[in-house]
Write a protein that binds this ligand. Structure first.
Ligand code: NAG
Ligand code: NAG
Ligand code: NAG
Ligand code: NAG
Ligand code: NAG
Ligand code: NAG
Ligand code: NAG
Ligand code: NAG
Ligand code: NAG
Length: 370
């Protein structure tokens, strides 16, 4: 009995010691020498005027370096947070942090467990996005927005099949980045957030077919992409495009302008999960599609600055969850009537239309800027 008890006790001790050892190992995970070397090489090719990487020194565990996150379990480098910090409120006299610039070393390829890479808002002044990023197979998050990259977006990014977020926006005014064929995007079969606003997609004529093969998409931002539609998909009632977007909540196709002469495609009005739709500044023409619409989740709708005309559809009036509605600068006419049941509406812009009637009395409870 006593023997058995002490055996149990020593087993318990042994288990406790093993647990203690393994947990202390977890907490003290130190970085791999090869990964530290890769980061040192990466730093060597960068210009860092504000000394943002000053904690990156050889004698310090690289898991403790600024912007570097290691896995607690394996000690592998799994995240690099290197976005330029931009103060939310600019205080005069505060020194702004300089962007990182220079070259991007191939040594990053040795961070084979990297899941998160944020280089946004730095200034890589005109170098292309490195095609070897496509070999960082563990990446789930890649943000290269506003970082001064130029040229073709490398199709090798299509190998990042674990990616959930891809953000590669660039300046709306220069369209520094281009895509001639977006087919590679179809490889990102788990993508949820896509933002390529400002990237020139005028040659990527299959953009809609491609994003339609990724049903996991939750947010799509393709504003100012010089998108050229897709005439065969346009809202002709005779052509049925089977939208596959079962999770889409945000669709921003604003400021494309090349939709001139086209109706707003009907399939957009069948997206039941959509909460925010921005089609402003697109030169869409003609009336809104006839019902039934199925935009039952819609909260924000911006159709301003197009050449839409005709009378407002009853369907619009039945969007019960609208919070903001912007219909400014169009040529809607006729009567604004029907059942105005927008109890959640807080913002409404009806300026520059040709409505013939006074606004319904219910509207006086909203902030009207007509
Ligand atoms: C590692 O553990 C620390 C302390 O428990 C925790 O704050 C941190 O978020 C963990 N890091 C990761 C990447 O899980
Ligand atoms: C990756 O690491 C290996 C081993 O440490 C090294 O030989 C190789 O040069 C590194 N590759 C790059 C691109 O830095
Ligand atoms: C993806 O990786 C495979 C194997 O490494 C390679 O053969 C292929 O060319 C890559 N594809 C792209 C689009 O980069
Ligand atoms: C819809 O998504 C599925 C699953 O990804 C895909 O196989 C199918 O081709 C897509 N349909 C269209 C019309 O693109
Ligand atoms: C809305 O759903 C109904 C019923 O499924 C369908 O007949 C109609 O075409 C849909 N409307 C749009 C704009 O997709
Ligand atoms: C609406 O605009 C289209 C072309 O932009 C035009 O053909 C049509 O006559 C207009 N309809 C109305 C009711 O003004
Ligand atoms: C339309 O109104 C919304 C809500 O006030 C606003 O956020 C949006 O910027 C406006 N759109 C344009 C093109 O001005
Ligand atoms: C309403 O739209 C007009 C025309 O687009 C714009 O000038 C005005 O600033 C908008 N008002 C608000 C409150 O957004
Ligand atoms: C108005 O909205 C409320 C809440 O969304 C809904 O219960 C009601 O049926 C709507 N009434 C009409 C006439 O659409």
């Amino acid at each position: 009995m006593i023997m058995g008890g002490s055996t149990h006790f020593s087993v318990f001790l042994l288990v406790a010691i093993i647990l203690l050892c393994s947990s202390s190992k977890t907490v003290n995970a130190t970085c791999y020498a090869s990964e530290k070397q890769a980061l040192m090489d990466f730093k060597k090719d960068l210009e860092d005027l504000s000394g943002r990487l000053s904690s990156w020194i050889h004698d310090v565990d690289c898991c403790k370096w600024e912007g570097v996150v290691c896995s607690n379990r394996s000690g592998r480098v799994i995240q690099l947070h290197l976005q330029r910090p931009v103060p939310e409120i600019h205080v005069v006299g505060d020194e702004e942090e300089s962007p990182l610039s220079g070259k991007i070393s191939h040594s990053l390829q040795n961070l084979t467990h990297l899941r998160y890479l944020d280089l946004s808002l730095n200034d890589f002044s005109g170098i292309p996005i490195p095609s070897f990023f496509g070999s960082l197979r563990s990446l789930r998050y890649l943000d290269l927005s506003g970082a001064g990259f130029q040229g073709m977006v490398p199709y090798q990014l299509g190998n990042l099949s674990s990616l959930r977020t891809l953000s590669i926006t660039c300046s709306v005014y220069s369209s520094d980045l281009q895509v001639d064929n977006l087919q590679w995007l179809a490889g990102l079969s788990n993508l949820e957030h896509l933002d390529m606003s400002g990237v020139d997609l005028s040659l990527a004529s299959n953009w809609l077919e491609v994003i339609n093969t990724i049903p996991s998409l939750v947010e799509v931002h393709l504003s100012s992409c010089q998108l050229d539609l897709i005439s065969h998909y346009l809202g002709r009632d005779t052509f049925v495009f089977h939208a596959n977007f079962s999770s889409l909540t945000v669709l921003d196709l604003s400021r494309n302008r090349n939709f001139l002469g086209h109706l707003i495609p009907r399939w957009i009005f069948g997206l039941t999960t959509l909460a925010s739709l921005d089609l402003s500044w697109n030169s869409f023409e003609g009336p809104l599609p006839r019902g039934p619409w199925n935009l039952t989740s819609l909260q924000h709708l911006d159709l301003s600055v197009n050449y839409l005309n005709g009378s407002l559809s009853d369907e619009l009036i039945h969007l019960n969850n609208l919070i903001s509605l912007n219909l400014s600068e169009k040529y809607f006419e006729g009567f604004l009537d029907g059942i105005w049941n927008w109890s959640s509406l807080t913002s409404l812009n009806l300026s520059y239309n040709n409505f013939a009637t006074f606004l319904p009395s219910q509207l006086s409870t909203y902030i009207v800027k007509a």
